[in-house]
Design a protein around this ligand. Structure first.
Ligand code: NAP
Length: 254
């Protein structure tokens, strides 16, 4: 990874922040994107202090194609050859039966998890094809393989990520560009609090009574995929806590 350029969306927290850390430790240069400028600045400062990592940070919402286009097309020369793109920004909003779902939640999930991933990929993939190398790592979910009660639209967005990833694999065949879809089970991050509109107390209960994955576990998986030799493409990985057998079967104590 030494001096490779790794572009990570949703790098201000959780899995994206952990990816920034493990790739920084491996010697990569980072382009980090998220909406919360202060949190992103903290991550950049910490990684620079700890690893001397060169970081180009972009405060941007992946739902805004015009802004993405402006920032990505204006990347300075030394940042314009991207080796790895980690499409991580994403979320679940709400946990309601389909008949009770809120339109604003559906739109936020679809716009971020599907359209945001497509927007960023659209701006970076043609350059990777031109280079003849590159690696897109999409962060899907076990929820893209199995549906759980009231998971309806979130599961649908992650199923879309799985199929878009496979579509990328097929369309990019012969270009040298690799594609990986990492599908985590339960990971302890801000994810559950975001789902419940910032209710951290309620969010915490999702991770109680068993040992969930840490964000770093997923980040290390991404690093493993990115550091295989060029002729090796890991197309998809399902990673769960040992206590999680299926999307709903979790060995909770107490
Ligand atoms: P998290 O802790 O809430 O982090 C989400 C990150 O995405 C934050 O950095 C957030 O930053 C960023 N983000 C959200 N909306 C954005 C937008 N519109 N534009 C740009 N950045 C945006 O959640 P996480 O658990 O790390 O989730 C990361 C990915 O893993 C998601 O795709 C999620 O679906 C997937 N996943 C999570 C789990 C889990 O159990 N945690 C399981 C399977 C899959 P800002 O708010 O600063 O923009």
């Amino acid at each position: 990874m030494k001096n490779k350029v790794v572009f990570i969306t949703g790098a201000s927290a959780g899995i994206g922040e952990a990816c920034a850390e493990v790739f920084a430790k491996a010697g990569a240069r980072l382009i980090l994107m998220a909406r919360r400028q202060e949190k992103l600045a903290d991550v950049c400062e910490r990684l620079f202090k700890q690893y001397g990592t060169e970081i180009y940070s972009i405060t941007c919402d992946v739902r805004n194609f015009d802004d993405l286009e402006k920032y990505i097309n204006a990347l300075p020369e030394k940042w314009s050859t991207i080796d790895v793109l980690i499409n991580n920004a994403g979320k679940a909003k709400g946990l309601s039966k389909i008949q009770d779902g809120e339109l604003r939640h559906w739109e936020e999930m679809i716009d971020t998890n599907i359209k945001g991933l497509l927007y960023v990929s659209k701006l970076i993939l043609p350059k990777m094809v031109q280079q003849g190398f590159g690696h897109v790592i999409n962060i899907g979910s076990i929820a893209g393989r199995e549906v759980y009660p009231s998971g309806n639209v979130y599961c649908g967005t992650k199923a879309a990520v799985a199929f878009i990833s496979k579509g990328m694999v097929i369309d990019l065949n012969g270009t040298g560009v690799r594609v990986t879809n990492i599908e985590p089970g339960l990971v302890e991050t801000e994810f559950a609090a975001v789902r419940f509109d910032g209710d951290f107390e309620k969010g915490r209960t999702v991770y109680q009574g068993y040992k969930p994955l840490e964000a770093r576990d997923v980040a290390e998986t991404a690093l493993f995929c990115a550091t295989r030799p060029q002729h090796v493409m890991i197309q998809d990985i399902l990673i769960t806590p040992t206590d999680q057998a299926t999307v709903t079967m979790v060995n909770k104590k107490g």
